[in-house]
Design a protein around this ligand. Structure first.
Ligand code: RUB
Length: 352
């Protein structure tokens, strides 16, 4: 995607390999929407840290980051006597950075399958994984945009644009491409507490001039009940063999509301998000994140115009912070994939 970095317009994916230093570089998503900055990870440890801290986020993007991270470990330990053991430690550290999105495992396993397994080849393999993911985003957009018609009101949750999928996006790709084709509609953007990924969605939609409004997550039922939402499109972090999906917390609520109000509910994702080895959503590990994400709000201070964080609860308050929930297949109208918009039966057959 085109980004203005240090005043210069540049074409950048969400994550890439820096040939000169063997560093993994990425757009720092924690700085958006207020500034566009590059974050550099000199070794696989920093890459794992960046995934954990959500400096890079979105299932397919963290899959690509993990793939590059393992390539970094291969470079670091290539001459070491304990090469095999060190690569296993790096694999486990990268894999455990975030447990719910299966893209992480798919990215790492794609690197492990490199043949012949050399430092040069693993970097090429990681770049291939990232490029394949980005290409699938483009395809998802071409396929999914047919669902969008003029004057629609579309609701989306979390952030599923170019920065979440290396480039182009998953659920935002059909929205962007339909707009570029000249269709005119409006997007409701869930703010997506506690991490407020809606801020990145709103920022990305503004880059294309797409008409949108931010609402807080609990307002969706209100707008649905008044007939003001025609379509829900969002992403996925893991799609199991039976078509259940794990996605950003709040997705399940939306799916129930959408079914009650007869609103089509679509999920869009690339193949790296498929997990045919897991039977159903019940078997997915749900990431539990730190309480501070609920307690502390970060933003730009109105007075000093600098980034700032404030606590919005006293210290004695207890929290629970699951980062994802599971939406059962029966609440999903269709699956927007690079291979077409699939029904549940088609997806299940495809996975076999
Ligand atoms: C991201 C999230 C997104 C999906 C999009 O969660 O839930 O909806 O990753 O993925 P987080 P896809 O912000 O915690 O990483 O692009 O496969 O649809």
């Amino acid at each position: 995607m085109k980004l203005k970095i240090n005043g210069k317009l540049q074409d950048k994916p969400a994550v890439w390999w820096d040939k000169a230093t063997n560093a993994v570089q990425m757009i720092d998503q924690t700085k958006l929407p207020f500034s566009v900055e590059i974050y550099t990870c000199p070794t696989y440890r920093e890459t794992a840290f960046a995934v954990k801290k959500m400096i890079i986020r979105g299932a397919p993007s963290i899959g690509a980051a993990a793939a590059y991270g393992l390539a970094q470990a291969v470079h670091e330990f290539w001459e070491s006597d304990s090469f095999e053991d060190s690569i296993k430690v790096a694999y486990d550290e990268l894999l455990s950075a975030r447990p719910t999105a299966v893209d992480l495992k798919n990215g790492l396993d794609f690197i492990r399958s490199t043949d012949p397994f050399t430092p040069e080849n693993v970097v090429a393999q990681a770049s291939l994984f990232a490029k394949r993911t980005a290409d699938q985003g483009l395809k998802i957009g071409q396929i999914g945009k047919e669902l969008i018609t003029n004057n629609m009101n579309i609701l989306t949750h979390c952030h599923t644009g170019a920065l979440a999928l290396v480039d182009h996006g998953s659920a935002l790709a059909p929205i962007i491409q339909a707009w570029q084709d000249g269709k005119r509609f409006h997007v409701f953007v869930d703010e997506t507490r506690p991490r407020f990924q809606g801020r990145i969605t709103a920022w990305e939609l503004s880059q294309y001039g797409i008409d949108h409004t931010v609402i807080c997550d609990s307002m969706s039922g209100f707008f649905m009940s008044r007939g003001e939402i025609d379509l829900v499109i969002l992403g996925a972090d893991r799609v199991t063999r039976n078509g259940d999906i794990a996605n950003k917390i709040g997705t399940y609520n939306l799916a129930i509301l959408a079914q009650y109000h007869n609103i089509p509910f679509y999920t869009a994702f690339p193949t790296s998000t498929f997990d045919p080895s897991t039977k159903s959503g019940k078997d997915i590990e749900i990431e539990k994140r730190n309480d501070s994400e609920l307690k502390i709000v970060e933003g730009i201070s109105n007075i000093q115009k600098k980034s700032d964080s404030i606590s919005i609860f006293p210290d004695f308050v207890k929290f629970k912070n699951p980062a994802f929930d599971v939406t059962p297949n029966k609440l999903i109208t269709g699956y927007i994939t690079p291979y077409g918009i699939l029904t549940n039966t088609q997806l299940v057959t495809f996975c076999q």
